[in-house]
Design a binder for this molecule. Structure first.
Ligand code: MG
Length: 227
């Protein structure tokens, strides 16, 4: 391997994220519990969220709007403004969650800094991701922060051009096979999957990946053994 740049996904790779969304979804289901079963509420919300992704992109703001839209649909437009206010506050609480670094992250970044150019490649709300990075205290490890609207082949190619490197000089580390691994392998880069114990339904894929530029590890610390 001739790696020059190591790019890290942020949410559920560097720090805890998905549990906050999951907890909010549960609170939303409780709010809407009088209308449908939890399972049906979750399904309706997910459907609306995915439908809105091309309009709003990823992140908390779009999630709040999707919860309000789901509440209107589920209640057949009878939801009270009081419930809408509670949904907005549930969403704002996600923006206010503390940053909890995942095990081994600082150790890995410390070991790699100076040897490779380290980059963050994440999607989500620009302001929210900037705030999380600042709160994380990890900013000084990184040469560049890329906040992408979608983690697809085209945007990874754009990142390569920006960094002025060849595909085989990039190693991407992340928890999502769909966003952090598959597009990077597609463009000729290397990828390491570090699974997190919960994954948003929209990020889940079924196929197994066989590629000599791909590795899966249990803990981010094992990235050091690969290099
Ligand atoms: Mg992630």
């Amino acid at each position: 391997m001739d790696i020059k740049v190591i790019a890290f996904d942020a949410d559920d790779t560097l720090w805890v994220n998905e549990p906050y969304f999951r907890r909010t979804e549960e609170a939303f289901c409780e709010l809407m519990g009088g209308y449908l079963s939890q399972h049906d509420i979750e399904r309706e919300l997910l459907k609306i969220e995915i439908g809105n992704l091309p309009l709003y992109g990823y992140g908390v703001k779009g999630f709040i709007l999707s919860m309000i839209e789901a509440a209107m649909t589920i209640s057949d437009k009878t939801i009270s403004i009081d419930i809408v206010e509670r949904i907005i506050n549930l969403g704002k609480a996600v923006l206010d969650e503390p940053i909890e670094l995942l095990d081994g992250v600082e150790e890995v970044l410390t070991a790699l800094k100076g040897k490779y150019r380290l980059v963050v490649a994440t999607k989500g709300d620009l302001l929210d991701q900037e705030r999380k990075l600042r709160k994380s205290g990890l900013g000084h490890y990184f040469h560049h922060i890329e906040i992408m609207s979608e983690k697809d082949d085209a945007n990874y190619l754009k990142l390569l051009r920006h960094l002025d490197i060849q595909p085989q000089e990039l190693l991407m580390v992340g928890n999502s096979l769909k966003s952090d691994v598959l597009p990077v392998l597609n463009i000729g880069g290397h990828a390491v999957h570090v699974p997190y114990h919960i994954t948003w339904a929209h990020e889940q894929i079924d196929n197994t990946i066989e590629n000599d530029r791909f590795r899966s590890v249990e803990n981010i610390k094992q990235v050091l053994e690969i290099l």
